[in-house]
Design a binder for this molecule. Structure first.
Ligand SMILES: Cc1ncc(COP(=O)(O)O)c(C=O)c1O
Length: 382
C-alpha cells in the first residue's frame, strides 16, 4: 500500500477530505500528463478522429467495473451535471403540482435543481426524513416511500450521502419506488471506488457517479448510466453535432472539453489494481477510518449514530456545539491554515458534525491532529 508521498498531496497536510474532490496518486498524474502531451502534439487528431473510439474503450471499462450496460453509459462533466441532465430531461413532461422527491441527506446541488424546476415548471419539491440512527433497510425504504404520492414523478436518492456518509440501500429503494410507478435517479457521486456497485442489480432508471472522488481519476469526470426506456428522453444539457444521432453521440460531444480526465480513468483503475484490488483497498479504507473516527469521537466523548452496515469510508462525528454555516466555514479555514488539517464541518438534522474520510494514505496521526485541534477551536466558539 502507498503512503502519502506516492500521492500529489502535500505530506504536511492531514488530508481527511478525500470525498470532497478526490486526490491524485502520482502514477495517475503522470499518465494524465502523458495523455495531455499526446493530445497537445495534435489536438485535431485526438478531438476529431480518435476520441470516439477512445471514449468507447473507457466506457467499456467503467461499465464493466460498475456492472452497467455500455450502451446506456455516457460521460458527463461531474455528478452535478449528471443530476441536472436528468432533471432537465424530465422537465418538459412535468406539470405544476407534480412532485420531485428526495431525502434530507441530499446534496445541495439537487436542492438547487429542484428549486429551479419549481420556478420553471411549478413542481413541488418533497423531502423525506431518513433518521441517522435508522436500523433496517425496511425502515429506510418506509421513510422514503411514505412520501410518495400519485403526483411523484421522480425520486432522487443518494448512494452514499455527502453530508452523512450514509450508504443507502439503493437496490431496495429502487424496487419499492418502481412498485409504486416512480422512476429513480441515484446520486452516486461517492460510490465508484468507495463501494461495490452492480448497476444491473440496482436497476435504477438513472445513476450518476463521479470518477474523480474515489477512483481518483483527474478532476473531473462522471459516468451517467441510463436504463433503456429512458435513452430517448435523456438529453445532454448542451446540444451539439451528435444531438440527433443517438444516445452516445449526443453525450460524447457537447462542445470542446478536456478529455484527459476521462481518458486517464484506465490509469486510475490500474493504480488500484497495484494496491491489492478493490476488496483489499476498501477493507483498508474502512479500517483506517473506523480507527480514525473513534480517535476524533473520543475527543468529544461522542459516538456516531450511524449503524455499521450503513457506513463506508466517510464517517460523521457529532460536535458538542451547534455551528451555523459561516461559523463552520471559519473553523474549517482555521483548521486548514493554522493546523494544516483539511476536514469538512457541516450541519445536518439540527446538529453539527465533522466528516472525516479514510483513504489509504491516511495515518492515525492525521485523525489525532484533528482530535487535538478541533476541541480547542470549538471552545473559542462557545
Ligand atoms: C452526493 C453528492 N452529489 C453530488 C455532488 C457533486 O459533485 P460534483 O461537484 O463533482 O459535481 C457531490 C459532491 O460532493 C456529492 O457528495
Amino acid at each position: 500500500m502507498t503512503d502519502v508521498t506516492e500521492w500529489m498531496l502535500d505530506p504536511e497536510v492531514a488530508y481527511l477530505n478525500q470525498g470532497a474532490f478526490g486526490a491524485l496518486p502520482k502514477p495517475v498524474a503522470m499518465a494524465a500528463a502523458e495523455l495531455r502531451n499526446q493530445m497537445e502534439s495534435n489536438p485535431s487528431a485526438l478531438l476529431i478522429r480518435h476520441l470516439p473510439r477512445k471514449l468507447d474503450r473507457v466506457r467499456d471499462q467503467v461499465s464493466a467495473l460498475l456492472g452497467g450496460d455500455p450502451a446506456g453509459g455516457v460521460f458527463v462533466a461531474n455528478a452535478t451535471a449528471g443530476t441536472a441532465t436528468v432533471i432537465a430531461s424530465l422537465e418538459p413532461e412535468l406539470s405544476p403540482g407534480d412532485e420531485l422527491l428526495t431525502t434530507d441527506h441530499r446534496y445541495g446541488a439537487v436542492t438547487a435543481q429542484f428549486a429551479r424546476s419549481a420556478s420553471r415548471r411549478g413542481i413541488k419539491p418533497v423531502v423525506a426524513h431518513v433518521p441517522l440512527d435508522v436500523r433496517t433497510d425496511d425502515d429506510v425504504v418506509a421513510a422514503i416511500v411514505e412520501r410518495i404520492t400519485p403526483r411523484t414523478k421522480l425520486l432522487v436518492v443518494d448512494s452514499i450521502a455527502s453530508l452523512s456518509g450514509f450508504v443507502f440501500p439503493v437496490e431496495a429503494i429502487v424496487a419499492a419506488a418502481h412498485e409504486r410507478g416512480v422512476p429513480v435517479l441515484v446520486d452516486a457521486a461517492h460510490a465508484p471506488g468507495q463501494i461495490d456497485v452492480d448497476l444491473a442489480r440496482i436497476g435504477a432508471d438513472f445513476w450518476v457517479g463521479n470518477l474523480h472522488k474515489w477512483i481518483c481519476s483527474p478532476r473531473a469526470a462522471a459516468y451517467l448510466h441510463v436504463a433503456p426506456r429512458w435513452r430517448d428522453t435523456a438529453r445532454p444539457l448542451s446540444a451539439s453535432h451528435g444531438y440527433a444521432e443517438g444516445f452516445h453521440e449526443a453525450f460524447d460531444w457537447t462542445g470542446t472539453f478536456d478529455p484527459v480526465t476521462v481518458l486517464a480513468v484506465p490509469a486510475a483503475l490500474g493504480f488500484w489494481s497495484t494496491q491489492g484490488g478493490w476488496d483489499e483497498v476498501r477493507r483498508r479504507q474502512r479500517t483506517i477510518v473506523d480507527d480514525g473516527a473513534k480517535r476524533v469521537a473520543a475527543a468529544f466523548d461522542t459516538i456516531s449514530p450511524i449503524e455499521d452496515r450503513y457506513r463506508a469510508a466517510m464517517r460523521i462525528i457529532p460536535l458538542p456545539v451547534t455551528l451555523d454555516a459561516a461559523a463552520a466555514r471559519q473553523i474549517e479555514t482555521r483548521l486548514a491554515e493554522e493546523f494544516r488539517i483539511e476536514v469538512s464541518l457541516m450541519p445536518l438534522h439540527d446538529r453539527s458534525w465533522a466528516r472525516v474520510c479514510g483513504q489509504i494514505y491516511n495515518t492515525p496521526d492525521d485523525y489525532d491532529r484533528l482530535a487535538d485541534a478541533l476541541p480547542r477551536l470549538l471552545q473559542t466558539e462557545q
